[in-house]
Write a new protein. Structure first.
Length: 62
């Protein structure tokens, strides 16, 4: 696919879709939270939610 034809955007959104699907089906944030139980939460987000957010940011910046 030629540069500038939108292929990069489709790949980016596809990666977001896969990450969201993993979260919905596996409960990625919940798994991280179960391992980090007892860690104080800041701003209402759990450690797992922060980790999931970091994954999404990395996908976006890739």
């Amino acid at each position: 696919m030629a540069k500038g034809s939108g292929g990069d955007k489709r790949q980016e959104y596809g990666a977001f879709f896969i990450a969201n699907l993993i979260e919905e089906r596996v409960g990625f944030a919940g798994i991280v939270d179960s391992v980090t139980a007892g860690v104080e939460q800041e701003n209402g987000l759990s450690v797992g939610e922060y980790f999931l957010y970091a994954v999404l940011v990395c996908i976006r910046n890739y």
